[in-house]
Design a protein around this ligand. Structure first.
Ligand code: ADP
Ligand code: MG
Length: 324
């Protein structure tokens, strides 16, 4: 039984970065205004995520760490248009099966916090904590040598964490984020409410002088909308990790989408192989299947040709406007 849950966990919890992603998504789903991420030794020693969101009640804590006991989905209709990032109710259970998990949480109506550490006991205990939730994971994969073997150095694992963090902070400008690694603050992002503040956040994440060279995209057609920023030819430091794409505010990796963007660059600028961009596609939720992959990074479009051509034409228009 434990083996089965560890195998299932492999789909969700591949490496420290996947845990950070799942926990940050939970904090976003909980309506947090600030999310603190604290990493030690590339996440192998410790991952801690703290938020000021809704919190979890004492009765719900044991359920939150049980597989499929919770689900933000209560009907088939809801599955087609999931608004929350998590919906399978298996991230925490998976994490509990591969590391030492402790959740401490308090709702606004609670007199004090409650904590649970499934590796010690299924029973909740009183604890001290502000309103919100703190999730800590220690000794990741310590008892699963076969999995631990596949992890890279702490520096590489932190690089993956940084990438997952970057991707999520560009999906929610209204939320503040802090990232610590081995005791020092790596990034602090204030909630960004103005367009200028949003551009600054984007520039911090994409690097270089992206905001000086970025052109704004805002195109609409056939029930779809594409917004965001793309690099102009003046921004030449395009690298493979400077592409951020979102569908309905969810970070995604999608070949169809990426190809549409790259094709537009190739048509107009010939040599820009890895243009930097931060793009948000809004489509009817029924047009996307976010269930394609357990880690949810991949989506499937019902009409991928339509999406591809829309992205291609939109980027082409934005680039042409700069050329002119
Ligand atoms: P899912 O997000 O798919 O529902 P998870 O295993 O990630 O499943 O989380 C289980 C449940 O625990 C969530 O549905 C939510 O009710 C609760 N939960 C997890 N993290 C938090 C958090 N940071 N704040 C409030 N509730 C949380
Ligand atoms: Mg979740």
């Amino acid at each position: 039984d434990q083996l089965i849950s560890q195998i299932a966990a492999g789909e969700v919890v591949e490496r420290p970065a996947s845990i950070v992603k799942e926990l940050m998504e939970n904090s976003l789903d909980a309506g947090a205004a600030w999310i603190h991420v604290d990493i030690e030794h590339g996440g192998l020693r410790r991952i801690m995520i703290r938020d000021d969101g809704s919190g979890i009640g004492a009765e719900e804590l044991p359920l939150a760490v049980a597989r499929h006991a919770t689900s933000k989905i209560d009907s088939l209709g809801a599955l087609e248009s999931v608004a929350s990032l998590g919906f399978r109710g298996e991230a925490l259970a998976s994490i509990a099966s591969v590391g030492q998990l402790t959740i401490t949480s308090r709702r606004a109506e609670d007199a004090h916090a409650w904590a649970i550490s499934p590796h010690v006991s299924e029973v909740v205990r009183p604890a001290a904590h502000d309103v919100g939730t703190r999730v800590e994971v220690r000794e990741l994969f310590a008892r699963i040598p076969a999995r631990r073997k596949f992890l890279r150095t702490p520096a590489t694992e932190f690089g993956h964490i940084r990438k997952a963090f970057n991707q999520l902070v560009l999906s929610r400008f209204d939320v503040g984020f802090v990232l610590h690694h081995d005791g020092s603050e790596t990034v602090r992002l204030e909630p960004a409410t103005t367009v200028d503040a949003m551009r600054r956040r984007v520039s911090t994440l994409v690097g270089g002088a992206f905001d000086e060279h970025a052109v704004e995209v805002d195109e609409q057609a056939a029930g779809m909308r594409l917004t965001g920023w793309i690099a102009t030819p003046g921004f030449s430091r395009g690298q493979a990790d400077r592409q951020f794409s979102y569908v309905n505010a969810r970070p995604i990796r999608d070949k169809v989408f990426n190809h549409g963007v790259r094709l537009a660059y190739r048509d107009l600028l010939h040599n820009q192989r890895h243009p930097a961009y931060v793009l948000y596609l809004s489509v009817d939720p029924r047009q996307v299947d976010v269930n394609a992959h357990p880690a949810k990074a991949e989506v499937r479009f019902r009409e991928s040709r339509l999406v591809h051509d829309f992205v291609f034409r939109s980027i082409g228009r934005a680039l042409a406007a700069v050329e002119a």
